[in-house]
Design a protein around this ligand. Structure first.
Ligand code: KIV
Ligand code: ZN
Length: 512
């Protein structure tokens, strides 16, 4: 008997929109662009790159991403009002593959407590929103927010109206992560059976992970006829997050014989993309996270190790190489040349342009002078953190620390500014980190509130690099910075200085 060909599942990535809504995850334009390029290389179908009307920053990022990305469809979210829809259309105009995603809440709870609208008014707003969006682009998605808690008859009414207005994708969000797989799957079946014109649109799942069910719910929706999944890298997003892209894609791939679905995702790029997003957002991946966690492919128990030695399939359902985790951990050192470095970078799933490669190679050589063996994780950290664009205006030239258990610590710091200033200062604190941060604040004239400080080891051994991520509140906004060095105090100084540079650059761009 001939087997039917697999159905394509469209992967709609919303790391840069719903993912960015997670506390402390807001990103600069440059960071968003870096992630957008990585998502494009991962071969996602749609990149929801922001919410154009939300802020001038969102508008600018969408505009830049839409003009630079060639491949994936670029999408902006919009409420059902002309200002939002026009802003979305303008922001993504430069890209030939574009989508406007309009939404309005439909549950009684939202209508009563948030929108203060009647059901009739919501149907009208949804219809007119989609109609207006259609005047700017053909590809329009509609989402009835809080769909999983919406009365089914009313949901059918709203979906009918938006299909009639020209929506091409109907997304059914489980906004508050409330539904369970069987129930959510049934909802799709019901809508597909009862909505007029449902055969001509793509139904989409959008789940949140409040009960830890977002991947299971999304798979249930696919089994009931949905053909698009909305997800984020590492599952970042509001509250407990969104459906994790790497988990849904690997479930579809690993259980292909069960689902008969395909995605066009380059799964070998999953791990590097996951590392990139973790590094940029400062949201580290738990060790036991499915697919991309550090422990996902390690085997501790003797009986498992024995099985693995006989045959990997005894305890492994996926191959680490399939998600981009390199098989070998080849060690490079100070005698390794550009070729060996480039080979390793490529093997690890990164694609760098010449400028990025040059910057990364310089960092590699610097690190090789300080550290005997350079592991894959060191190379990943170099590539992810290598700066090929705007840096400064401040640069750390020198840092000296002394500390004692009985008296605390003092830091001597020397900085340069790209206007030619060379500044030096010494500060005391309870410990080295506090004294460094104080010295940096005194030298640059900022008073910052440190809200989070995280450190983790990039590779193994006493000379391993330490990666520090700091989150700082300034002028009502959160800023994040990363620093990486074999000296953890220096990592802290670099992370704090990155925050100061971000604030400075923002001020300068406002003055211009
Ligand atoms: O969770 C949600 O309902 C959303 C919509 C805006 C699609 O993110
Ligand atoms: Zn959402």
């Amino acid at each position: 008997m001939q087997r039917e060909s697999n159905s394509k599942v469209f992967i709609f990535d919303t790391t840069l929109r719903d993912g960015e809504q997670a506390p402390g995850c807001s990103m600069s334009l440059r960071e968003k662009l870096k992630i957008a390029h990585a998502l494009n290389e991962l071969n996602v179908d749609v990149i929801e790159a922001g919410f154009a009307a939300a802020s001038p920053g969102d508008f600018e990022s969408l505009k830049t991403i839409a003009s630079e990305i060639d491949g994936a469809t670029i999408c902006s979210l919009a409420r059902c009002n002309p200002q939002d829809i026009e802003a979305a259309a303008q922001a993504i105009d430069a890209n030939p593959n574009k989508r406007i995603h309009v939404f309005v809440a439909t549950s009684d709870i939202h209508l009563e407590h948030k929108l203060d609208m009647t059901q009739d008014a919501v149907v009208k707003a949804a219809f007119e929103g989609v109609k207006l969006a259609k005047t700017f682009c053909d590809n329009v998605e509609f989402s009835p927010e809080d769909a999983s808690r919406t009365d089914r008859n009313f949901l059918v009414e709203v979906v009918n109206a938006t299909i009639a207005a020209g929506a091409t994708t109907i997304n059914i969000p489980d906004t508050v992560g409330y539904t369970i797989p069987f129930e959510y799957g049934n909802l799709f079946k019901y809508l597909i059976e009862n909505c007029e014109g449902s055969a001509n649109v793509i139904f989409s799942a959008h789940c949140h992970d409040d009960l830890g069910l977002s991947v299971a719910n999304s798979l249930a929706a696919l089994e009931s006829g949905a053909r698009q999944v909305e997800c984020t890298i590492n599952g970042i997003g509001e509250r407990a997050g969104n459906t994790s892209l790497e988990e849904i894609c690997m479930a579809i791939k690993t259980r292909e014989e069960y689902f008969n679905f395909d995605t066009q995702i380059e799964t070998k790029k999953l791990y590097p993309t996951s590392r990139l997003v973790a590094s940029i957002t400062g949201m580290h991946i738990p060790r036991n996270k499915a697919v991309v966690g550090e422990n996902a492919f390690s085997h501790e128990a003797g009986i498992h190790q024995h099985g693995m030695l006989q045959h990997a399939s005894t305890y492994e359902i996926m191959k680490p190489e399939d998600v981009g985790i390199a098989k070998s951990n080849l060690v490079l050192g100070k005698h390794s040349g550009r070729h060996a470095f480039l080979d390793r970078v490529t093997e690890l799933g990164f694609s760098l342009n010449t400028e990025e490669l040059n910057a990364a190679f310089v960092e590699f050589k610097k690190l090789a002078d300080r550290k005997k063996e350079i592991f894959d994780s060191d190379i990943e950290a170099i590539v992810i953190n290598s700066e090929s664009g705007i840096t400064g205006p401040w640069e750390l030239v020198d840092l000296e620390i002394s500390s004692g258990k009985s008296w605390g610590a003092s830091a001597d710091i020397k900085l340069t500014h790209n206007d030619g200033r060379i500044l030096e200062n010494s500060s005391n604190g309870i410990g080295p980190i506090e004294s460094v941060f104080k010295a940096l604040e005194d030298l640059t004239g900022y008073s910052l509130k440190l809200t989070n400080f995280e450190i983790h080891s990039v590779s193994v051994g006493e000379d391993a690099q330490g990666e520090v991520t700091v989150t700082v509140r300034y002028d009502g906004q959160d800023y994040r910075g990363h620093g990486i060095s074999t000296d953890i105090i220096e990592s802290g100084a670099l992370a704090y200085l990155e925050v100061i540079n971000r604030i400075d650059r923002k001020k300068i761009s406002r003055i211009r």
